[in-house]
Design a protein around this ligand. Sequence first.
Ligand code: FEO
Length: 173
Amino acid sequence: MLDKKIEEAINGQINAEIYSSYLYYSMSAYFDSISLSGFAHWMRAQALEEMTHAHKFFAYINNRGGRVVLSAIESPQLEWDSPTAVAEHVYKHEVLVSGLINKLMDLALSLSDHATVNFLQWFVAEQVEEEASADEVVQKLKLVDKKEGGLFMLDQEMGKRALTLPPELTGGA
Ligand code: FEO
């Protein structure tokens, strides 16, 4: 049985993950609006990945006999000054999400909820990856800044990102 405080906090995290997805879709739309289709593809892949995170929390609440409660999703930002500004925003946002995961972990530890601690370990590791990959894009954009054709080349590279969705989201399980 899931402690009510944990249930409430995880429901809040579902909202945060869906908001992340919404924000990244908005970034994808921004990239489409400036004809950087590779970056738009990358952000759509990020957006879908965030929905898989939301789903992991959703399924966890259900598995522990809790009740999923969905709440309103805030409107995301619409415009950015440059591709670098978007990548910096992604990085900042991932750092913020890492903080939310850490708070969840603190709560689970304080309640000696070992099952939730174990479940959250995956997210702790995932956030390390997410921060690193967002930072890598920021650094690459800074490198190509002002170089003729550099952004075009990078856009092509970003367009190659593959996304494998987990079977529970594709009807396989
Ligand atoms: Fe679900 Fe990118 O954190």
